[in-house]
Design a protein around this ligand. Structure first.
Ligand code: ATP
Length: 449
């Protein structure tokens, strides 16, 4: 079995242009990243597969795109101004900051590095609460009245639009509102590549239900979200559901389950599913003076409960890279391959002329490329030996490669090579588009142990 370390994932991401350290020519910007071509394509796929499952394939969920900077009173009502904090300690010796509740996972600044507090020189302050929201000023005045925040979650933008959606989309519980967008948290100790960053893209859905049905819907969403990962090829042995005990849950939550993935750093939260009760709608009703409730027929009137599945694209991105990363020896040569689900893979197929100097081969390959790119992201590659081109495609997870060779010039067939099995077969060039369509629609399972 391949030992998949975070270093290998970071290095492949960099080497193949998925993810770069941000502002690198200025020395970087700690734990901030930029996405290159393949990273953008893969993120787009993750986002659209989520959207498909949450909105496109359902009758009971609608989409929303709310602002990043909201009225600051939103964050007072939600409890973020008062309580969205992590406990922080400073070390007077090494001048580093740590999360007081994560000292056992942090390294102190001295060499050889130890856990903060472990050496005789460590001089830690008492813990104090540190608010994770990024503050900014809106408008030209710089005083208290112009203070605003970058949203630390997308959910509140959904709650404050509850009434709009209820009225204008003519919904009644159970129904949901889904949103994807950037969130910002001034994390004390970001790290582990994209796992904990200060700006990330959240995908959240708030599902409003009659209070009596909340428990059932909570269980439903835990299972539905777990199954979504299986559908897109994540190994079941690497996933688990972990229900929070009472002491771990937020005061308003009557149930929270983390869907955890076995990252190289150990089992960690990939996605959270929570039963938030009527906390959010009640808070915003009290603070805004606008009643956020459902009024039905007769005397039916209640504040719906909310079930929330929340995840970031970044955590899915890392989980899928880790799950797909594989190394093997083929014909005495090392091969690194990303065994991504075809729907997640940035490029669906490569089109390769065997001999790039052969004009006829190039022409046929170009023609095939033009045809396939109408529907899918495919890549034409004529740079270097064919073996190297295959390896390059393996490393970015391209599931299929079509090669135009001598025989193509005789009988108009191409070879198709399968990324996982390395099996090759011949197809008529005119049937490639239909073949690819069918191959991409087939259920896929990883051959990884
Ligand atoms: P953690 O305990 O890991 O800090 P959390 O419980 O604060 O996470 P939530 O507030 O529930 O996280 O956020 C919902 C989801 O957003 C998480 O399940 C995770 O997928 C994602 N997420 C949260 N913080 C970050 C971050 N700093 N970087 C990347 N993704 C994040």
């Amino acid at each position: 079995m391949t030992d998949v370390t975070m270093d290998k994932i970071v290095s492949l991401s960099r080497r193949r242009g998925f993810v770069f350290p941000s502002s690198e020519i200025y020395g970087g910007m700690g734990s901030t990243y930029d996405y290159g071509h393949y990273g953008v394509l893969m993120k787009n796929n993750i986002r659209s597969l989520w959207f498909r499952a949450m909105v496109q394939e359902r009758d009971d969920i609608v989409a929303l795109d709310s602002a990043i900077i909201l009225n600051p009173r939103v964050w007072e009502a939600s409890g973020h101004v008062g309580g969205f904090t992590d406990p922080l300690v400073d070390c007077r010796t090494c001048k580093l900051r740590f999360r007081a509740d994560q000292l056992d996972q942090s390294s102190c600044g001295r060499k050889p590095s130890k856990r903060p507090g472990e050496t005789a020189d460590c001089d830690l302050t008492d813990a104090r609460q540190f608010n994770l929201m990024f503050k900014t000023q809106v408008g030209a005045l710089e005083d208290e009245s112009s203070t605003a925040y970058l949203r630390p979650e997308t959910a509140q933008g959904i709650f404050v639009n509850f009434k709009n959606v209820l009225q204008l989309a003519r919904r009644k519980p159970p129904f949901g509102i889904a949103q994807v967008g950037k969130s910002f948290r001034n994390e004390i100790t970001p790290g582990n590549f994209l796992f904990r960053v200060r700006e990330f893209e959240q995908m959240e859905m708030e599902f409003f239900v009659p209070p009596a049905d909340a428990e059932r819907w909570y269980r439903y969403w835990v299972d539905a979200r777990f199954d979504w990962y299986l559908k897109y090829g994540v190994r079941e042995s690497m996933l688990r559901k972990r229900e929070h005990g009472e002491e771990e849950r937020s005061h308003y939550s009557s149930g929270t389950t983390d869907i955890e993935y076995l990252y190289p750093i150990g089992w960690s939260e990939l996605e959270g599913v929570a039963n938030r009760g009527d906390f959010d709608l009640t808070q915003h009703t009290q603070h805004s003076g606008t009643k956020l409730e459902f009024v039905g027929e007769g005397d039916e009137r209640y504040t719906p409960y909310v079930i929330e599945p929340a995840v970031s694209i970044e955590r899915i991105f890392v989980a899928m890279l880790v799950d797909g990363y594989d190394e093997e020896v083929v014909a005495e040569r090392d091969r690194t391959v990303l065994r991504l689900h075809p729907a997640v893979a940035p490029v669906k197929a490569a089109i390769l002329p065997l001999i790039p100097k052969n004009g006829e081969m190039v022409e046929k390959a170009r023609g095939l490329h033009e045809d396939l790119r109408k529907k899918h992201v495919v890549e034409y590659d004529d740079g270097g030996q064919i073996g190297r081109r295959y390896r390059r495609q393996d490393e970015i997870g391209t599931p299929f490669a079509f090669t135009v060779d001598d025989q193509t010039l005789e009988d108009d067939t191409v070879t198709v090579r399968d990324r996982d099995s390395l099996a090759q077969e011949r197809l008529p060039i005119g049937g490639v588009a239909a073949w690819l369509e069918e191959a991409l629609a087939r259920p896929w399972r990883t051959p990884k142990a």
